[in-house]
Design a protein around this ligand. Structure first.
Ligand code: MN
Ligand code: MN
Length: 465
């Protein structure tokens, strides 16, 4: 009797793998094969846009500019400067009744090249870098790095760079001091042991000997780049080249229950939301998917969520459905609902002391929901209302989707933010949710396949609500 009352009253947090049948396990593993494949092709935001555009076009989505008028059921995408993207399926209800938005980001922490990156020091050639987003710098040394991005010449020609992913490609790396000579370095704190200026990428060591000059190794590298891409050193000032881990995403564990890979923050939510959008046909409220850039450095700039590009996209939907009138967009936002889909910190037993176990996300328990983000006194938090949390819970519980509601770390330890507040500021009801991650922002992040599939199902249910 007592046992039954406990079952009824306690918020039971169960491992999602328990009670799954063979078919359900297979669905999870098959879905995550697609996800791993996506991670390997889409290491940077520009590549994510290319891959998502392919997925969208296969599934009947068309560039918004090709439509003069939009009807219920129409599927559109909008690409912003090759780095961020919005998709929508027009609903049977008018847009002014509110849209259902899922928003994630496709940029991830990494190392960017400086504008004048090439240098030579004692017979070794380097690219100097400026890290992007919150990284632990020591994690980025002595691992294979690949080079992704674009170089744009003054005539507008754009050269796409992808070196280090193919097995026949060379890779690059950043060296670190041998332990034998590191007594002094080892006394420093982790944040000082490797400094920003030390993150210099080793790119070559053969001198160009056919000319009498200094910096022969640098010259040789520039000669190789000139022969391969037709560029000179100055062209690197109009380039965006990102260094990311060259290793591939893989299944992790003897039981293959997890995914290890670079850039899962936040491509795990980008992929699951796009996959969910590809799987739905008719929706009542217009379904909108946001894939934003620059989240890791504050959502700034014209490809970040703070920009007016999203308002422009929404206005175009209103124009093309023939609904638009003065100030209507403000009303649309006030009647809209959003899942800000970004990763959550998973409880790590090795570092248990930073988390309140009762309010932490765990691998394998399903979708992680954060009612509020922020840090130390909820500073900067986007805090979902009780009413909206209940609405979201209802959808998840009706569809038997496991979820847990958590906070990012102990109250005074730290915290984080997402794009949630930006949409909340426009009047949208927003809640943070996503997939819990171990080693977030590290070159190799870990997620649970159960949670990934739960996110996919949750996003489907949200758009179908
Ligand atoms: Mn994120
Ligand atoms: Mn992040």
């Amino acid at each position: 009797m007592e046992e039954n009352l406990k079952d009824k009253l306690f918020n039971k947090k169960t491992n999602g793998w328990i009670n799954l049948n063979e078919q359900e396990r297979n669905d999870i593993f098959n879905f995550c094969d697609g996800y791993i494949n996506f991670l390997n092709k889409a290491k940077i935001e520009r590549e994510a846009v290319v891959e998502i555009k392919k997925m969208a076009e296969i599934n009947g989505f068309r560039d918004l500019s090709t439509y003069d008028n939009l009807q219920p059921g129409d599927k559109v995408y909008f690409i912003n400067r090759d780095k961020s993207m919005f998709l929508a399926i027009i609903g049977t209800e008018k847009i002014e009744k509110g849209v259902h938005i899922i928003g994630s980001h496709i940029d991830s922490p990494r190392l960017d090249l400086k504008p004048n990156p090439v240098c030579e020091d004692n017979g070794l050639a380097y690219f100097s870098t400026h890290y992007y987003g919150g990284i632990k710098k020591y994690q980025w040394t002595t691992i294979p790095l690949s080079m992704h991005g674009v170089i744009v010449k003054t005539n507008g020609e754009k050269i796409t760079i992808n070196i280090g992913e193919d097995d026949s490609d060379p890779i690059f790396t950043i060296t670190d001091l041998l332990p034998h000579l590191a007594q002094e370095q080892m006394q420093k704190t982790l944040s000082k042991g490797i400094e920003g200026e030390d993150l210099k990428l080793l790119i070559g060591s053969i001198p160009y000997n056919e000319e009498k000059c200094n910096e022969k190794v640098k010259l040789n590298i520039l000669n190789i780049l000139n022969q391969k891409y037709g560029i000179v050193e100055k062209d690197l000032v109009s380039a965006e080249i990102e260094l990311v881990p060259a290793f591939k995403s893989k299944s992790l564990g003897f039981d293959r229950s997890m995914v290890a890979g670079y850039g899962q923050d936040d491509k795990v939510c980008a992929y699951t939301s796009v996959a969910a959008m590809m799987s739905i046909e008719n929706v009542k409220n217009t379904a909108v998917c946001i894939l934003s850039d620059k989240e890791e450095i504050g959502s700034v700039g014209n490809t970040g969520m703070e920009s007016h590009m999203f308002d422009y996209f929404m206005s175009e939907l209103l124009n093309k459905t023939g609904e638009n009138r003065v100030n209507l967009l403000d009303k649309v936002f006030c009647y809209s609902k959003m899942l800000s889909s970004d990763v959550d910190a998973a409880f790590d037993p090795i570092y248990a002391s930073v988390s309140d176990k009762s309010n932490s996300g765990f691998l394998g328990r399903g979708l992680g929901i954060c009612k509020y983000t922020g840090a130390r006194g909820k500073s900067g938090a986007s805090d979902a209302s009780a009413e909206y949390v209940a609405w979201v819970r209802n959808i998840l519980e009706k569809n038997n989707i496991n979820y847990e509601v958590s906070e990012l770390g102990k109250v005074d330890i730290g915290g984080g933010g997402t794009i949630a507040y930006i949409l909340a500021n426009k009047g949208v009801d927003v809640i943070d949710c996503g997939v819990p991650v171990l080693s977030m922002h590290a070159p190799y992040e870990v997620t649970s396949k159960y949670d990934i599939y739960s996110a996919f199902r949750a996003y489907q249910a949200f758009w179908n609500a």
